[in-house]
Design a protein around this ligand. Sequence first.
Ligand code: SAH
Length: 266
Amino acid sequence: MAMDPHAQVPTQLISHFSSGWIELWDSDQTHFWDRGKPSPALIDWLESQPEVLPLHPNRKLTALVPGCGKGYDVVMLALHGIDVYGLELSRKGVEISEAYAKAELARPSSYNFAIENETGPLTSVIGNAKFLEGDFFKTNWEKRVAIDGFQGFDLIYDYTFLCALLPEMRMDWGRRMSELLSPDGVLVCLEFPLHKDLKLPGPPWGVKGVYWNILSQGGDGIIDEETASEEGQLQGKFKRMTYFKPARMYENGKGTDMFSVWKLRR
Ligand code: SAH
């Protein structure tokens, strides 16, 4: 794997790849990924009040949603009392998200809450939803994160972000996650698409076994179906705390999405 001649992706290719996303936004082609509502699996997990979430009784939790699209998950997390940052490459994406957040925070839709709580939020405290235009792989946007004594986010949510990246960017994705998470924070991943052959081109690229390879095994995430395995040495920076098939998921997961929660190894 390390000998893969494509493992070192030229900077030019990455910047061309990034401008591809911005062009898709600017030409109104968001239908390729836009699901029109927040992740049901994330809502259900959050409202189950998972013990793995860090406890900070004196302040709100903080979260980051990289590649946040139109901001549905950012707003939903804010409605659950969390101060959330949505990060987007696209300026237009940020503008659309800001308008969405303004309307939705004032009059939240029932789809932001678990079915049994559809009448409203679990908490009366609402967090801030802020959107930043920036590149996840660069650090320049971090100075715009206005959190007192910031030591990394308590929660980072990855949905259709890893699968949107060139496979050659996966190792850097893992490194950035480890840099951006607070020492007791959780990286929450809704793993998609798991039904797609790893050899087929993306985006979205198939990610079956990929999160495990990067985060737990410390690999580069460029794996193939035949050799991928959960066995082997765990040299990655993360430990998987929770792993399950969510009861509710978006239709396009075809019933195969998996929910994984990771913490930094101590
Ligand atoms: N998670 C969103 C969007 C998924 S599409 C949703 O579920 O709707 C992937 C998004 O990631 C696109 O909006 C794209 O503009 C953004 N993106 C891709 N590379 C990025 C990067 N390096 N930094 C920040 N955003 C990025």
